[in-house]
Each structure stands twice: as structure tokens, then as C-alpha cells.
Design a binder for this molecule. Structure first.
Ligand code: UDP
Length: 272
């Protein structure tokens, strides 16, 4: 099974971005879903965007979490740009929304149950029923929208704890960094879980409470502009984007982020 600790990865501010293709990623997901060995920890997936990478510079706890996950995909176009700029390598973009849809389809085929955690009241419920309609036979073990992102597993209703414990896949939609922190702090309780992933606003996109940017904007890397237009309250977070670009440019110029001998498992002759 692919994980970035044993294959090529490209560090962006100390966060290893996995080099696996989209196809490899979903092959790994399928392999993990099929693996019924007891005692394995869940495959912990983070879909990294520039805001996450920037936050990891100053938030040591968050950086540790992102270094402990199994696969960090390039969610935003900013991350794939940074990898290209620093390492002259192309990485596939794998977003939370893509993952949610495809993993639900895989769970249906492989008869594995899912749990939808997070988002506003009623949103995950609506997303769950839409996904069940799209994937007849999908087993939704449970849905829960916590009042706060900081609620620990032990403080959840008993029925939710049991449902979480029985789920093969847990989708967590609390926004970054809360979702990754929740996963890190609570994952050890989920003894039957095979895969756990933070998916940001994906339940909202499926439920229709938020619209995804039109395809041409997504393809041209301008989805952030559309989200800013739709949710002006995000402007403060968006300030991290120019900061991200500036830091990448500075790091490349000072040649400190990507000293060639610090690349993980990248054969020297392949480094531009
Ligand atoms: N969210 C939540 N609790 C919170 C903050 C956010 O359940 O305290 C949910 C929010 O309703 C949305 C999802 O987390 O469904 C993603 O939020 P956001 O858009 O901030 O995350 P991003 O997609 O930018 O990571």
C-alpha cells in the first residue's frame, strides 16, 4: 500500500506532499478498505491546501499532525504549483470532494460502512441521503453534527460513539485545522476504522448548501476567488494565499526549503 513515508514525497514547509497519482491513491484506498487485519491503524488522509501549509509553519501541533498522517494529497492548485516550482515535479490534485464521492462508491462496492461527522445542522444528513441515492446500497453507519469542533469522542452521545466504532470509513468535515486535530486526537478510539479523511466543505457541496466553483474556475486554479465572492467572511483566511506564494518564492530564491539532499527518496538524477 502506498503511503508517503515509504514512497516519494515533496516537503512544502515540512509537510510531505505525496507524489502518488490519483489512480495510485484510489488503489491504496481500495487496498486498505479490503484489508480486514485487526489492529491496523486507519489510513489517515489529509487534503492539503496553501492555508494548511502556511498554518503548519507557526502551529507546531498541527505540523506534527500533518507529519503523522499517511497520505497528504495536493488539494489546491497552490500546492501542485509549489511542488512544480520547488521540485520540478507534477502531482495530481486530489480534493476532499473527489475523495468523498469516490470513496463512497468504493465502500458501496466493497460493502464497507461510512460515517459522516461535522458540518452545519442537517447538512451531513442531506449529503448522506444524496450519496445513498447515487450509490444504492451504501451503508451509512451514522451522521453527527457536533456543536463544537473540540468535542472529544468520549463526550459524544453513546449511540454516536458506537456508530463511529463500527464504521470502516469516517469523513470529517470541521474545516482545517480542526478536522485534522479531531482525527489525530480521536482516531485511536475507532478500532474498526480503515480510513479517515478531513473533507472540508464537501458535505455542503453535495447537499447544495454551498456551490462549488464552475469547472473552468476550478481548472484554472481560481476556485479560491469564487469562494471569496460567495463567502466574503473568508477574506482573512485568504490573506494566507499571497503569503504562501511569497514564502515559496523566497524559499526557492534562498534555496533553503528544497535543498536537494533533503528531498525524501527522490533519486538525485531526477531532481531538476
Ligand atoms: N465546520 C463545522 N464546525 C466548525 C467549523 C466548520 O462543522 O466549527 C464545517 C462547516 O460547516 C463546513 C466545513 O466544516 O461544512 C468546512 O468548513 P470550511 O469551509 O471552513 O473549510 P474548508 O473547506 O475551507 O477547509
Amino acid at each position: 500500500m502506498y503511503t508517503h513515508t515509504e514512497s516519494e514525497a515533496y516537503p512544502v514547509f515540512g509537510v510531505n506532499i505525496s507524489s502518488c497519482s490519483k489512480e495510485d491513491f484510489f488503489v491504496s484506498v481500495n487496498e486498505r478498505l479490503l484489508n480486514s487485519e485487526e489492529g491496523l491503524t486507519p489510513l489517515f488522509v489529509v487534503t492539503v491546501n496553501p492555508e494548511i501549509a502556511i498554518q503548519s509553519i507557526t502551529d507546531n501541533t498541527y505540523r506534527t499532525i500533518l507529519q503523522s498522517s499517511n497520505i497528504n494529497t495536493a488539494d489546491g492548485v497552490g500546492i501542485s504549483w509549489a511542488v512544480k516550482y520547488l521540485y520540478n515535479r507534477s502531482v495530481d490534485r486530489i480534493t476532499g470532494s473527489d475523495s468523498l464521492e469516490k470513496i463512497c462508491a468504493a465502500c458501496t462496492t466493497l460493502d464497507q460502512s461510512v460515517f459522516f461527522y461535522g458540518a452545519g445542522p442537517g447538512v451531513a444528513d442531506k449529503a448522506a441521503s444524496i450519496l445513498v441515492t447515487r450509490n444504492p446500497g451504501l451503508r451509512v453507519e451514522g451522521v453527527y453534527a457536533p456543536d463544537s469542533p473540540d468535542i472529544y469522542y468520549e463526550d459524544l452521545p453513546l449511540s454516536t460513539q458506537i456508530e463511529l466504532k463500527h464504521s470502516s470509513v469516517v469523513f470529517v468535515a470541521l474545516g482545517a485545522p480542526s478536522q485534522e486535530k479531531w482525527i489525530y486526537d480521536n482516531m485511536h478510539h475507532l478500532t474498526r476504522c480503515r480510513l479517515i479523511i478531513g473533507i472540508g466543505g464537501s458535505f455542503d457541496f453535495i447537499a447544495g448548501t454551498q456551490k462549488r466553483a464552475p469547472l473552468f474556475l476550478r481548472k484554472s486554479g481560481l476556485e479560491w476567488m469564487y469562494r471569496l465572492y460567495k463567502e466574503p467572511a473568508r477574506w482573512r483566511r485568504m490573506l494566507r494565499l499571497p503569503l504562501f506564494v511569497l514564502n515559496i518564492l523566497l524559499l526557492k530564491a534562498s534555496n533553503t526549503t528544497a535543498p536537494k539532499n533533503k528531498l525524501i527518496n527522490v533519486p538525485k538524477e531526477e531532481i531538476a
